[in-house]
Design a binder for this molecule. Structure first.
Ligand code: MEV
Length: 315
């Protein structure tokens, strides 16, 4: 029996979701405390796949999710096709802690971990470009027209600026004290992206103006991060949440967590990822204030709160 492992981490978008689908830039951070690991083993049987998403240990509060299993299976089969291998003789066990459908990149991370593990069985180390293409194949099944941001951000070892299809390391004066809080409600990135598209078909000028406003916030945030101006960065996050709300991708639960963050003294907060459920990202005034902000978000009903540490290795 041969064995190989692959792993990937969660991601969180600081600014630029949805606008990035229409070619605008975005900024994303790795969320190192949430990871997915895939263990691939050769077997004498067919193909088998076990994921936390159908055993209930990760998405335990929302039960079985055949969709996540389908995506994992697509990653497995597509990687075997890429390697020119038959669809049998491989057993894959996926474990990990990224909750599904929360805008944290679980579908990209699962696909990334599986493709690395399955290729590793053959002694193949995928290049980043190959891994990106394999993940994008699955992301297209997951939500139609993925920008590629999730695929890059779940492989990146640090914060990235994603622009014109490419990920660049992001220069920062200091790591901003960011926390991510989960509403506990599944968001549907595909549905949220489709909704923005439908709205844009009705009102191209209005929606494009909003997307341009988000692009301006991203450019400003890039400068704030470089100079360490957290107050300015936070204000841009609040403004961005307002724009995303107008685009229709927020929800009462997301708005409640953003308000709770504001009341707890956060410099900024907004939804992160596809929206309509999922998570918010909030900026504490200092690293020392992170526990208090996390406690306030938990008190406001967050199901999980994670701090953004800024870097993580991917295997
Ligand atoms: C999802 O994490 C981010 C979106 O911008 C979709 C995408 O980039 O493909 C909503």
């Amino acid at each position: 029996e041969r064995r190989a492992e692959g792993s990937a981490h969660a991601k969180t978008i600081l600014l630029g979701e949805h606008a990035v689908v229409y070619g605008r830039p975005a900024i994303a951070f790795p969320l190192a405390s949430l990871t997915i690991t895939a263990l691939a083993r050769t077997t004498t049987r067919g193909l088998s796949l076990e994921t936390p998403y159908h055993r209930g240990s990760v998405a335990r509060d929302d039960g079985t999710s055949p969709r996540e299993v389908l995506l994992a299976e697509a990653a497995l089969r597509h990687t075997l096709d890429f390697l020119g291998k038959p669809h049998h003789g491989v057993d894959v066990t996926v474990t990990g802690s990224i909750p599904a459908a929360r805008g944290l990149g679980s579908s990209a991370a699962v696909a990334s971990a599986i493709s690395a593990a399955v290729a590793g069985l053959d002694g193949v180390r995928l290049s980043n470009a190959e891994r990106f293409e394999l993940v994008q194949f699955v992301e297209r099944i997951a939500h139609g027209t993925p920008s590629g941001l999730d695929a890059h951000a779940t492989m990146a070892s640090g914060p990235i600026l994603f622009e014109r299809g490419e990920a660049h390391p992001l220069a920062m004066a200091t790591l901003p004290p960011l926390v991510v809080a989960d509403t506990g409600i599944r968001g549907h990135t595909g549905a949220a992206v489709a909704m923005v598209r439908a709205r844009r078909e009705r009102d191209a000028r209005g929606v494009d103006a909003s997307l341009d406003d988000i692009a301006v916030l991203v450019a400003g945030a890039q400068a704030d991060l470089a100079s360490g101006d957290l107050a300015a960065l936070g204000e841009r996050m609040y403004v961005c949440h307002g724009i995303l709300s107008e685009l229709g991708v927020s929800s009462p639960e997301l708005n409640a967590l953003v308000s709770a963050a504001r009341q707890a003294g956060a410099l900024g907060a907004k939804l992160t990822g596809g929206g309509q459920g999922g998570c918010v990202i909030a900026l504490a005034p200092t690293a020392a204030a992170v526990p208090q902000l996390a406690a306030a978000l938990t008190a406001a009903g967050a199901h999980g709160v994670w701090s953004v540490t800024g870097s993580e290795e991917t295997t």
